[in-house]
Structures are given as C-alpha cells and as structure tokens.
Design a binder for this molecule. Structure first.
Ligand code: DSN
Length: 430
C-alpha cells in the first residue's frame, strides 16, 4: 500500500507546531511516547464488546488482560472501589452516567456553562439539556467563587435527581463534603466530573471527590496526561441516595447499572488501543516522577496567576488552586477572540472563554483560559512563568502590531527549541 504522505506530512506539520509554540490550553498536554505507541498499536484491530471475560467476540484473552490492568491501575491511582475504562471521552462518560441513573425529564443541577461549567452538565445545546431538565448554579459576581450555601438553596428549590460538580474553567477547589450533605438532604446523587484537575486529585493535591461523591467521571488526557478518553469510577462510600441505609451490594448493583449504561447503553466496541494507552498513563501517574510533575503544575499555575495579577490582569476568583486560571480581559480593551487570535500569531496557544456575567457571545467572549499542564510537561518552572506572562502582555498591549507579533514569535520559537519534544519525525521515508 502506498504510504499516505499527504496525511503524514500534515502530522509532521502538527508535530512542528507543538514543538515550536507555548501550549497554554488548560485541557491539553503532551503524552509520553509509550502512551502514543500503545494507541498506535495492533490493539486497534480488536473488537471486544462487553467487559473483560464477558465478551461478545472470540480472541479477547489478551485485551482482557490489558483492560483488567487498566481497571486495576485506575482503582489504585484514585483509591476507587470500581472503575469502567471504556468511555471514549468525558462526554461519553457523562452520557453513560446520566443514562444509568436518570429517567428522561429528571431534573439535574449543574455548574452554568457561562460561569465555567461544561456542555454535558445541562447545556441546552447538549443531550444533557435536551433529555433532562437542567437547573444551574454559578459563581458570585463579587468573589468569582461558588457559594456552597446558595448552591444548597438552589438544590432545595429545584430538587434535582443528580447534582453535578466539576468544571471546564473554575480555578478553585470544590467542597465535596458540603455538596454531599446537600445531595443527601434533597435525595440526589452526586456526580463529580474531575476531568480538568484529574491528575492533581489522583496525587492528593486537591480535595478528594471519591470520599464524598457517588460517581466520578474524568477524561484521561488533561492533567492526567494520558490518551484522549474517559473513565467512570465509584469510591468505597457509595450509599443509597434514596434512603440513608446502605443496602448490601450497592456498589455491585450500581456498577452493573453503569457498566450497562456504557455498553450497550451508549457505546459499541471499546477502543482497546486507547484502553491500553490509558493503562500506560495510569501506571505513569502512579510514579514518583508524576507526583513531582503535578506538584510543579500547581506551583507554576500559582506563580503565573500572581504574575498576571501583578500586571493588572483580572483573574476570576483572584487566583488559582489548580492548574488553570480564567482571565477577564475587559479592562485591557481586547476580547477573548481578539486575544486568542493575536497570541496564536506569536505561537502562544490559549482559548477564548466566557467569563461569568459576560456581555459577549461565546464566539467572541471577554476572557481567555490559561493552564500550566502542557508547559510543565515541557519542563518549564516557576521562573519561566513571569517570562510567559510578560510575552502575553506584550501581545495584549499591541495585538495588531505585526512587528511586535513577529518579534514575540521569534522569541517563543527560540525559547522552545531549548526544550526537546517528540524529536523524531513522523514522516516515513519513501
Ligand atoms: N473541551 C474541554 C476543555 O477544553 O475544557 C472540555 O471538554
């Protein structure tokens, strides 16, 4: 078969883009080579509908071993009682949970998308807002943080069957204990979608949702630094939300419901090549090296947040506990879209983002979201954060000055060439 140089030349172009720029998108990271090797392996050829040792296809002995290992490592990493590693993404994981525990038309209470929530937490344009009846909590205008008592009042008012905590753009930690008390009071299940801070939670740097939440979903490719994919877990403490008494075997019963909601409920064949890569990533995340990595991610974010504040930028909530920050650019006379576009010309990648109480549309926005997961993998440390903020500030001050954009780009490219990444070319010689 002829080698597809059209596609491989484009992959090579993307490799060069990733190597030469400053990657600040809070949901992105650089996986290890072995994670990518597992994804690009013969495992992609195998159909394995069902669960390990209970498949609908023959020849699954090897993928059973791989999926067993992925599950065991996920459980060890998070201290979970049960895990399903098959969701293709975080959105799929959330869809499966909702299918498993809700009926169409049930009320769900999630974090408002325009305040930092996620599409799958009840947005009107998503299945979660179409199939279920969404209600939302948000942040306070003054503090930029969630008021847990107000959230409880909202739950008392709307009586949800499911409360969803977790966000795409919230830089503070979550009070899972308070949320669980609220869920218990109103008879709701509590789902934590920890996709963003997943790696920091895994290594104990933030509050542990498994202690209090009934169900946990996460992606595996953000701070966890694995392949693109999803994961569902339950902790040891799952009890019956519809009554205080914990019936025997509830984990088993709920896990059967959730397993069935993934397959055949919402998915067909699992992606065993991605599950293999998840197993590799979970193994990496259990290492001492990963612990140092996530500690550095958090340190870098704090230093970066301080540097932005020092230069007069308005951070929602004033700072960060995790790996990201949301910046309101309205006092800088530039929109989120304008900033994203100008920064990318200098090979600094961020994403425009709505800020709470935004007066602009999601296509324009008043803010940008910035995260430290990828640049920390690259090897950057606290001292480098001030330099990054300085470069961003130079662009925000003069976003249309082409000479300035070119000068910053040159500086970024020269700087990043000192931090090796994916050294070998992807194009096969023909
Ligand atoms: N798109 C992801 C993010 O950037 O946060 C969430 O799904």
């Amino acid at each position: 078969m002829q080698h597809d140089n059209v596609i491989f030349d484009l992959i090579e172009k993307e490799r060069q883009r990733q190597r030469s720029g400053l990657e600040l998108i809070a949901s992105e990271n650089y996986t290890s080579k072995q994670v990518m090797q597992a994804m690009g392996s013969v495992l992609t050829n195998k159909y394995a509908e069902g669960l390990p040792h209970k498949r609908y296809y023959g020849g699954c002995e090897v993928v059973d071993e791989i999926e067993d290992l992925a599950i065991a490592r996920a459980k060890e990493l998070y201290g979970a009682a049960w895990a399903n590693v098959q969701p293709h993404s975080g959105a799929q994981a959330n869809a499966a949970v909702m299918l498993g525990v809700l009926n169409a038309g049930d009320t769900i209470l999630g974090f408002d998308l325009s305040h930092g929530g996620h599409l799958t937490h009840g947005s009107a344009v998503n299945f979660s807002g179409k199939l279920y009846k969404p209600a939302f909590y948000g942040v306070e205008e003054g503090t930029g943080t969630i008021d847990w008592d107000k959230l409880r009042d909202k739950a008392r008012e709307v009586k949800p069957k499911l409360i969803i905590c977790g966000a795409s753009a919230y830089s503070r930690d979550w009070d899972y204990e308070h949320l669980r008390a609220t869920a218990d009071e109103v008879g709701a299940l509590l789902l934590a979608d920890i996709s963003h801070p997943s790696g920091l939670i895994a290594r104990g740097l933030l509050n542990d949702p498994l202690e209090y939440c009934h169900i946990i979903t996460t992606t595996t490719h953000k701070t966890l630094r694995g392949p693109r994919g999803g994961l569902i877990m339950m902790g040891e403490n799952f009890d019956n939300p519809w009554g205080r008494k914990t019936p025997k075997g509830i984990i088993k019963k709920m896990s059967a419901i959730l397993d069935g909601a993934v397959f055949p409920g919402t998915q067909g064949g699992p992606l065993e090549h991605v599950i293999g890569a998840k197993a590799v990533a979970f193994g990496e995340a259990l290492s001492e090296e990963f612990l140092h990595y996530v500690i550095q991610v958090q340190k870098n974010a704090r230093v970066m947040a301080d540097a932005f504040v020092h230069r007069g930028y308005k951070l929602i909530s004033g700072g960060t506990d995790n790996h990201m920050m949301l910046i309101d650019l309205r006092n800088k006379g530039i929109t989120g879209k304008g900033a994203e576009q100008a920064l990318v010309k200098a090979d600094i990648t961020t994403n425009k983002n709505m800020v709470p109480f935004d007066d602009k549309s999601p296509f324009v926005t008043s803010g940008i979201r910035v995260g430290t997961a990828a640049i920390t993998t690259r090897g950057l440390k606290e001292d480098d954060m001030e330099k990054i903020v300085g470069l961003i500030d130079r662009i925000i001050q003069a976003p249309e000055d082409e000479d300035n954009l070119a000068a910053v780009k040159q500086e970024v490219n020269a700087w990043m060439s000192q931090y090796p990444l994916y050294e070998s070319a992807t194009r096969e010689t023909v």
